[in-house]
Each structure stands twice: as structure tokens, then as C-alpha cells.
Ligand binder design. Sequence first.
Ligand SMILES: Cc1cc2nc3c(=O)[nH]c(=O)nc-3n(C[C@H](O)[C@H](O)[C@H](O)COP(=O)(O)O)c2cc1C
Length: 392
Amino acid sequence: MNKFDISRRRSLEALAGFLAGSPLLKGQIDPIRDHARVPGIKELLTSFEFEAVMYSKQTRAVYDYRAYGEESEFTLRRNRLAFDWVQLVKKQTTASAAQTATELFGTKMAFPLMVSPTALHGDLDKDAEQATHKGAAAASGTPMILSNNSTLSFDKVMPAAPSPMWIQLYPKQAMDANKTYLEPAIAQGAKAVVVTIDQQSSTYERSLHDRNLNALGGGRGRFGGGGPAPAANPYRMSTGRLWYEWKFFDELRDFVKVPILAKGILTAEDAKLALEHGVDGIYVSNHGGRSLDYGPSTLEVLPEIVDAVAGKVPVVFDSGLRRGSDVLKALALGANAVCLGRVPLWGLGAYGATGVTRVLEIIQAELVQAMLQSGCTSLDSINRKIVLPNFP
Ligand SMILES: Cc1cc2nc3c(=O)[nH]c(=O)nc-3n(C[C@H](O)[C@H](O)[C@H](O)COP(=O)(O)O)c2cc1C
């Protein structure tokens, strides 16, 4: 072979060398996922940093399912922007601690903070919702709402830790199915039932792309575990939820004797209708921007809903909270307590139960800090005077 002949092996070597220096390959390298060192939990200072660690530790599909918002994700972004549009009024206090304990439907809380119901914690940690419940309980007994789509059932999660739990329900048209799901959980100690009425259909575009990738054999996680994706419903329309009616609450009341909350309320009108149908609590939520894109952020509609409810029942709030100061703003605009959806998931996916504890402790500490900076030494002293909303 003379030196100008090129063997198959040499040509492959040459191609490999070309690709190694090629922008094509560089474009596939993910600078966050591939960083060499995962920081220790004590190095993290804000909830946002837990998201980056969770991203680096989980598969793309598992991350995307937690991150996505509906369609163009405008409402997802707006949930965050809304907190930027509310100014806090600075006021001096000499106090170094604040009173933060409260009670909602007999559920005692050291802070007006709970864990929102979110699906499938088993994707993030082998101990699934048991880890979240343990982690939340270790953060001053933070209560948790178990999702209707949890990896583990209520009877497995409840005994894992001492803090209180509520249970969430996606209404089923056959009332018996709701009964079969709720009654054992209530008997095992679920202190309230949260009925989610907002996500009647959804297109998770990021997850749909991942599902297609999984179908090609890559990755693991929610859609297919590396095997073929379920093809029956390519657009993930939740056709099982399109029948929702207000009278569902009247029918549920026949056998649910613990407090019932309606989750997903975004207008004063719907809050009033829910009250007419006997709910014990209004839960203002847009499913973390996962329901109707171009719908409002929850913070913008909170004041009109609080006015419509007029103190008749407690108002719970979620969607977009990432900071203690966000919690303070929601309380100032009239929420009695708030829930966190993605924040504890970031903790769980980054460091398991310990991560849930730490990220909740950060929010709790930030809340106290924000309260004191705004001159509030107790939950009772938080009111609309401490905020200046400037919504567009
Ligand atoms: C990954 C994920 C799964 C969710 N699963 C449920 C669910 O099963 N039931 C439900 O009522 N809400 C569910 N939600 C909505 C949350 O309860 C909550 O309303 C939302 O996450 C709050 O917004 P945040 O994530 O910005 O805090 C889910 C949200 C996320 C991010």
C-alpha cells in the first residue's frame, strides 16, 4: 500500500478527527448537564440552584416533564414576571424573629406553606412520595398534598412521616371511582380533599418531543422507559376530563366529610360559583402554567378572588413561587397559605428527601427575612399596605 492509499480504518480515523473538531458535535454538548462537579447541598443558596442540580442529575425527559408549561409557555413565564411587578414597601423593625405559625382546616403549620400535588415523584427518587413527605416533614412539619397521579398510594406515603397530608383528586365521571379513591385515604388521615378542575386538556409540547425521542429507543423516564411510546394519544389530550360540572362538588359532599377545596380558580366568578356549590376553600392556581397558555398569572387575579370570597373560606395559592418574598407578596394580596409545586421537586430530584428539606428551609428563612424587612413581625400584620402591585 503506498502512502497515498487510504485504508477503511484510516478513513474512519480521519472522520472521527474531523467530527471531534466539528461544530456539529459541539452543538450536542450540553454545558450545564456535562459540568464535572455537582455542588454539595450546603453550597446552594436559592431554590433556583436546586433546579440546575436536578437538571444535571436527571434525564432530559424527566427534567422536561417537570419544567414545561402549556404550548408557548407564556403563562409559565408570566407566573414569574408577576412577582417582579409587585413592589414591597420597606419598613424598619427591631425584631429579629417573626411569628409564622398558622392553621388551615385543622392542619397546623409552622409556616403558611404546603407542598402542591405533583405527579410521579418516583421518576425523581427511588423512594418517590415517601421521600418528599419525609423531606417536607423535616422542614418544620410542612404538610403535603398527595397527587392523584402519585407513584405511591396514600396508605404507603402517609406513615412515612409525621406531618399532615391532604389528597388531590381529578374528578372521575363515575362517582364510585372517586369514592374508591378517596374513602381509604380519608380513613387513613387525609385532612382535606383538593379537587383539581383546571387542567381539562393539555399539550405538553416539550414532553411530546421527548416521548418521540423515547420511542426511537433513547432515554428513560415518564414516556416509555426506553421502550416504545404509547401511540394511542399522540397529542396527550386528557379526554377523560372534558365533562367537568359544578354539581360535581354537591355530589362529592354526599360522602366526603373533610373540607373540600376547588383547585384551579382564576376568576371571581368561578370562586363565587364554587362557594355556591359548598366548597370549604378556594385554591387559586393555573397548574404552574400547565393549563391554559395566555391565561393570567395567579398573582394578578388573586386580589379580585380574595375580594369575591370576602373571608367566607380560606384562599390557598400557588403557581410561580420560588422565593420567600414571593410568599410574602401572595399573603399580602390575601392568600391564607401558599403551595410550592416545582420547588420541592427540584429538591427531590437534586438530593432526595434532604433536598426537599433544604429547599423548603431556604424559602422559610427567606419569608422571615422578607417579613422583617417589610416591618411584619406576624402573619396578622401582613396586608395589602406592604405591597405596591403594578400589573400591566
Ligand atoms: C410536574 C408537575 C406535575 C403536576 N401534577 C399535578 C397533579 O397531579 N395534580 C394537580 O392538581 N396539580 C399538578 N400539578 C400542578 C401543581 O399542583 C401546582 O399547581 C403547580 O406546580 C404550581 O406551580 P409552580 O410549579 O410554579 O409552583 C403539577 C405540576 C407539575 C410541575
